[in-house]
Structures are given as structure tokens and as C-alpha cells.
Ligand binder design. Structure first.
Ligand code: ADP
Ligand code: MG
Length: 695
């Protein structure tokens, strides 16, 4: 039921409608450009160019430059052996040039360069024994000179798609670019001196200088702004809508909170108190809360969430907390339970594993309000789960929960306050694109008594002494995580590597070692994890399934094999498993030499800092926004043109712009508003547009 403006139709057609793109090429292309549409192709921007505009006499031709010029074919010098080139001597008024072809068919070459004819050649000039020559030049008739004497854009390619095919397709696609109404504010556009959208989109395919290839070029900046504006406007619309659904004003919990506080073996940190204060303030307002609680692993988000949830419970509402995985849900249940018992709050846990009668009973308790507090996986927000009165939903998302799911949740439960917790500190720019205007509380302080984690970079060649050292530590009562190589896109190979390591370590650690991986039955996995937590196992070998957030204070050594294959954020998350107890903790990053430059830099950052906010910023710098661990799945950084490491200024401007638009024209009814709708359709933000319709 798309109501996409018809002007956009040509952009939404399949690339196979373009010149030279059949079904086979179309398939390859779709993969390369990340979509099937003509628009996807147009957003596939060149990364380089060849300037063929220089034209001069042969005798003036500068070595190493590409020139385009007219010459006469003088003589063919066929190759005498297969490995030798076929050469053609050509001339102009100033001198001679040799054209050189390897593996060329005689017939083809004779037809291309007939004796005595004039032709246009284009290619790089090289000097061989003092003679100018050109290897595999492009050739055309003098009448076609204009088609050669150009700047040729060079695109990112894939096997089976040559630059020639790509250019032809792009040139054909360009013809379909419609002229669209301007959605950028006129004054803003003038200030930036930006050109119209259709001109910019055409122009990125005709770069004529190095600067044109930069993300910050005049042309690309405008296109990036469009994309960021679409993103920010979507988020602003979501927020505006959520805001309109009135929440309730919860009085701050005193009784329940005190009961819990008396049970706590620690005092809340300043950062925890401050965050709680901010949350209390939001929950006290009539507008619904939309807040992000950002905090490093181990910074103590759970207790903050639980305290906040008491506001709802004490006011007679329900509170639910959702973890991204089964294990984490169980772990939450375990650590939260004593607090809830102390406060006398009735709770249930619900995950995908609860079936049949058990499940029915849980659902009933959620529905009739017997359950005041609900802990679980995404199962707790599925359609068939009805709440009596859900006052606050806490989402412990660890990056695995996308914007869209969050949307669905808030649509389901009208007026519910929402608190999202993220373990990976997201760089400010990313947080903006993912959460827009969500209020942010930060836990930027570790609970007292935490000792720093010592991180060591060790070559794989030292494996034996590493194992020896660990053996000694274990005799002192230490527990060890051992994470095995990440093999991209291959769970099976991950597993093989982990099993191999497990077998080797078993020789040393016998039955005090366990293995967990993603292919295990969840109950078996839990079983091993529990044994490790209880101290029945000393060493836990794992593929990367070790759940983010799992808490085993006695574990104080983290070994990561092939650490060079992990992203920074992921290393940081893994390291966060240790350093939670009273022991001094270690993280061994084991690499296989030789290390590439980026890998070395990444590992050094890990060695030098434990600050997740710094690590996240570095990650963004080193890898570009598209690659940040886990963000791809959640669709946070799926930008076509915008590049968050280059466009943070534009992002900030887009956010302000979006805010202003929403305050002035919340239904996008003005002339600019209608152009903005087109923009949203262009970037397929149809979901956001639906909001106006449903009110
Ligand atoms: P995360 O932010 O990673 O979710 P948790 O909430 O799991 O962190 O907390 C990690 C551990 O720190 C838990 O055992 C928790 O009880 C403990 N903790 C939380 N706050 C404090 C504090 N202020 N002082 C000491 N320990 C704390
Ligand atoms: Mg946690």
C-alpha cells in the first residue's frame, strides 16, 4: 500500500532495466550495491577517476600521464612468440609512439588499427628505451573523439562487473534521475551554497578532482545531509508520536527502594545516583519517558534499572525488563531476585523456553497483574503477551535491538515509560543516528573497589608458557575464560577451532574445563555456564557466544585467541567479563604474527585504556561507522552516502533541522513538508510516514 510519489518510480525500478544489465549482472550488482534498485546504483559512488582530458603532441607527452591524442597507424609489428607483445608503430607531426598489446588477437588488432588510418588513442605514456609507448590504449575513430576525451569515473567493483559495465549502467541510470521538490530549507541551502539534489546525484558520477571523491566534497556533503536529515526526521517523528501518547506521572518510590537499598552490600556510585535522579525526574512527568542509559560493562546498570522500576511498582503498575538472550535473562533473574524478595515484589520470568502449562500460568499472572515485575527475553513483548498495566519497560539491548523493534514495543504498550540500556558506549554521533533525541544518562564511573584489568599482548608462539601461567593461577582459585578465534561467517569453523583448543587444554586441565558454543542446546549451554559460575569448572572455553553481560566475579582471567580478528568493541565487551571481583584481573590478547598496522593499533588501544567511551570513538575512527560491531544488524549505520566519521557536523545540523521541522510542521503539511515526505520515501522511511496517517 505504498503511496510513494510517482516521480520516484524510475528510481525504484530494478537495475536490470538499465543498459547492459541482464539478470546475471543484475544479481552481482545487487550484491555489490546493496540493493536491487536504480537508486541503489546511483548511490554507489566512484572511488577514483581517470582524467583523459590532457591532449598534446607525442613529443610533448609527459611520462606517466594519461593523454588522449590523434595518431596515424604506420606499421604493425606482430609478436614472434606468445609471451611477447604485439606492437603497432604510430605517428603524429612531432614523432613516433609504440602501442603495445599483450595477448591480443591478430584479426582484432588489424581491424582496430588499420594501416594508414588516423585513430584517437588514450592511455598512459611510458618511455621504453627512450621511446614513448602506450600499453593497451583505449581507441576510437576521430569522429568519436569526444567520447574518449573525458574524465572516467572508477567504481568499487566485484568479480564479473567491469568498470565499463558499471559506467554504462550508471550513465543509463543518470537519465532517470527526476527533478524533485527541494526539501532543504532555502536559507540553509543558500548558506551552504548547495546545488539541487538531482544535480548533485548526477555530479558524483563525474568527479574531476581528488576533492570530488572526498566525503566532505560540496556535492557529497549535500547528499549526505539529505540522508542524515531523513534519518533524523524519522527519529524525530517517532519521538514526537511517542511523546503524544501521554505517560503517567509516577511518584518516586520510597518504601520499596529503601527495602532494596538496605539489602545492597554496596553504595550506589555518584553516576548511578545521578542517572537515577534523571530517570526519576522523567518518570515524574506526564509525558512518557524515553531515556537511554549508557554505561560500560560492569558499570552497574541493572540496579539503576531495578530502582527505577520500583517507581512503577510502588504506584501499582507493572515493570518489565528484557534481555537480549536467554542466558542473560536468567542471569538478570538470578541477580534481581534477592532484591525483589527483599522488597516483597512478586515477579515472573518468561523466555522462549517456557512452554505449555508453565507458560500459560505466567501469561495469566502478567495479565491479571499478579506479576508486578517481569523478567525475560523478547518473548515478554510478543503479541500474545498482555499486560494488566505496564508502567515501565527496560530494554537491555546490548546493540541487538533495532530502532524498528523499539518502535513496535512502544506502539504496543501505550504510555509506557521506556528505558533502554546499552552496554557498548556508543560514540555520540552513532547514538544520535540510532536514538535521535532520546535523553541520555551516562554511567561514566566504575563502582568502587574495582581493580584495573591488566591487558597483555602476547604472540601465539608463547602459548605453552601462557598455559603454564594459567595453570599456576588456577591453583590459587582463579577462574578463566578462553575465547576462541572468530572465523567470519562460519560458525562451523569457529566451532572446530574452539573444539581443538578445548582438546588441547583438556590435557592440562582435565575435567575442570568446559566448552560452550552457539550450536549447543540452550539447556546444555546454561548447564556449563552454571558449573563455571559455581566453581565446578576452572576454565570455560567459548566461541564468541559468551554472553555479553554474564557475571562471574570469580573469573579474573580472559584469554582471547586471535585477538586481531575481533573488533575493538567486541574485545572491550569480552574483556568486561573479568575485573568484577576482588582479584586483580588480566586479559591476554593472543595474536598470530605478523600483525597488520590497524590490528596492531587496535590491540594497543585495548592495552592502553579500559574506557569504553574512548574505545568506541577509536573504533569509529579505525573502522568507519558501518563496521562497528553489531550495529550493522541493528540497521543503525546503514547509510549509503553519509559517513559518520566525516559528517558529524552535518548530523548535528540535521538533528536541529529535524527538531525545528517537527515543531513547526509536525504533520509535514506545508510545501516544504510535502517535499520532506518525498525525502522520507526516497530513503524508504515509509514507516515514519505511516504515523501521520494513524494519527
Ligand atoms: P552492567 O552495567 O554491565 O549491566 P551490572 O549491573 O551487571 O553491570 O553490575 C555488575 C556488578 O556490579 C554486579 O554484581 C552488581 O551487583 C555490582 N554493582 C553494581 N553497582 C555497584 C556499586 N555501586 N558498587 C559495587 N558494586 C556494584
Ligand atoms: Mg548488564
Amino acid at each position: 500500500m505504498s503511496q510513494r510519489p510517482f516521480e520516484l518510480d524510475p528510481l525504484f525500478r530494478s537495475v536490470t532495466t538499465l543498459t547492459g544489465v541482464g539478470p546475471r549482472i543484475g544479481k552481482l550488482m545487487e550484491k555489490l550495491i546493496g540493493g536491487p534498485k536504480v537508486l541503489d546504483l546511483l548511490f554507489h559512488a566512484p572511488i577514483d577517476f581517470i582524467d583523459r582530458r590532457l591532449t598534446c603532441l607525442i613529443s610533448d607527452a609527459p611520462s606517466g600521464r594519461i593523454i588522449t591524442t590523434e595518431v596515424k597507424v604506420e606499421k604493425h609489428l606482430p609478436n614472434t612468440r606468445k609471451s611477447l607483445p604485439y606492437r603497432i608503430k604510430c605517428s603524429d607531426d612531432s614523432g613516433y609512439i609504440m602501442l603495445v598489446f599483450f595477448h591480443a588477437k591478430k584479426d582484432w588488432i588489424e581491424k582496430l588499427l588499420p594501416l594508414g588510418k588516423s585513430v584517437i588513442i588514450s592511455g598512459k605514456i611510458e618511455y621504453f628505451q627512450g621511446q614513448p609507448q602506450m600499453l593497451h590504449p583505449d581507441i576510437t575513430n576521430p569522429s568519436e573523439r569526444k567520447t574518449l576525451e573525458i574524465v572516467e569515473a572508477i567504481y568499487p567493483l566485484t568479480a564479473g562487473i567491469t568498470n565499463k559495465v558499471m559506467r554504462k549502467a550508471q550513465m543509463s541510470a543518470i537519465k532517470y534521475i527526476p527533478i524533485l521538490p527541494e526539501w532543504i530549507d532555502e536559507a540553509h541551502k543558500k548558506r551552504e551554497d548547495w546545488l539541487d539534489w538531482h544535480i548533485c546525484l548526477k555530479s558524483i558520477h563525474n568527479p574531476t578532482s581528488e576533492d570530488d571523491l572526498e566525503p566532505t566534497s560540496h556535492i557529497r556533503s549535500r547528499l549526505a545531509y539529505d540522508e542524515l536529515l531523513a534519518n533524523q526526521l524519522t527519529l524525530a517523528l517517532m519521538r514526537n508520536r511517542q511523546r503524544k501518547i501521554n505517560g503517567r506521572s509516577f511518584k518516586q518510590s520510597a518504601v520499596l527502594r529503601n527495602k532494596i537499598e538496605r539489602k545492597l552490600p554496596f553504595n550506589l556510585t555518584r553516576a548511578q545516583k545521578r542517572s537515577l535522579y534523571e530517570i526519576d525526574h522523567d518518570m515524574g512527568q506526564k509525558e512518557r519517558m524515553l531515556r537511554l542509559l549508557q554505561g560500560d560493562v560492569g558499570s552497574g546498570k541493572t540496579i539503576v534499572a531495578v530502582m527505577a522500576m520500583m517507581n512503577a511498582v510502588e504506584n501499582g503498575s507493572q515493570a518489565a525488563i528484557m534481555a537480549p538472550t536467554e542466558i542473560l535473562a536468567r542471569q538478570h533473574a538470578k541477580s534481581i531476585k534477592p532484591w525483589l524478595n527483599a522488597a516483597g515484589v512478586r515477579f515472573v520470568t518468561l523466555t522462549g523456553r517456557d512452554k505449555g502449562k508453565t507458560r500459560e500460568l505466567i501469561l495469566k499472572q502478567i495479565k491479571d497483574g499478579t506479576a508486578q515485575f517481569i523478567i525475560g527475553t523478547h518473548a515478554i513483548f510478543q503479541d500474545n503477551v498482555k499486560y494488566k498495566d505496564l508502567g515501565i519497560a527496560v530494554i537491555d539491548e546490548q546493540h541487538r535491538f533495532g530502532v524498528h523493534q523499539r518502535l513496535e514495543l512502544s506502539n504496543k504498550s501505550k504510555g509506557t515509560d521506556i528505558l533502554v540500556m546499552t552496554a557498548t558506549p556508543i560514540p555520540r554521533t552513532l547514538a544520535l543516528t540510532a536514538y535521535g533525541d532520546m535523553e541520555v544518562s551516562k554511567l561514566d564511573e566504575k563502582p568502587a573497589g574495582r581493580k584495573p584489568i591488566e591487558t597483555l599482548l602476547l604472540s601465539k608462539e608463547k602459548m605453552d608458557s601462557i598455559i603454564d601461567g594459567i595453570k599456576r593461577k588456577i591453583s590459587e582459585g582463579i577462574r578463566v575464560y578462553w575465547v576462541c578465534p572468530l572465523v567470519e561467517e562460519s560458525e562451523l569453523m569457529d566451532l572446530a577451532a574452539a573444539e581443538e583448543r578445548y582438546d588441547i587444554l583438556k590435557a592440562t586441565f582435565g575435567d575442570r574445563i568446559g566448552l560452550v558454543h552457539g550450536r549447543m542446546k540452550p539447556s546444555d549451554k546454561d548447564d556449563i555456564m552454571n558449573k563455571f559460575a559455581n566453581g565446578d569448572l576452572d576454565v570455560l572455553v567459548a566461541t564468541t557466544v559468551i554472553e555479553v553481560g554474564v557475571n562471574v566475579p570469580k573469573a579474573s582471567i580472559m584469554v582471547i585467541e586471535h585477538a586481531e580478528r575481533f573488533g575493538l568493541s567486541q574485545l572491550h565487551q569480552l574483556r568486561g567479563r573479568v575485573g568484577r571481583g576482588s582479584e586483580k584481573s588480566y586479559c591476554f590478547l593472543i595474536y598470530s604474527p605478523p600483525l597488520g598496522e590497524t590490528a596492531r593499533e587496535r590491540l594497543s588501544i585495548m592495552r592502553d585504556t579500559e574506557n569504553g567511551f574512548i574505545i568506541a570513538e577509536k573504533d569509529l575512527e579505525l573502522r568507519g561507522s558501518g563496521d562497528i560491531m553489531g550495529t550493522k544488524q541493528s540497521g543503525i549505520t546503514d547509510f549509503k552516502i553519509a559517513d559518520l566519521s566525516a559528517h558529524s557536523d552535518l548530523l548535528a545540523a540535521a538533528r536541529d533541522d529535524a527538531k525545528l521541522i517537527i515543531s513547526r510542521d509536525p504533520k509535514l503539511e506545508s510545501k516544504r513538508g510535502s517535499a520532506l515526505k518525498t525525502l522520507l520515501y526516497l530513503f524508504e522511511r515509509d514507516q515514519a510516514i505511516k504515523y501521520f496517517r494513524s494519527g
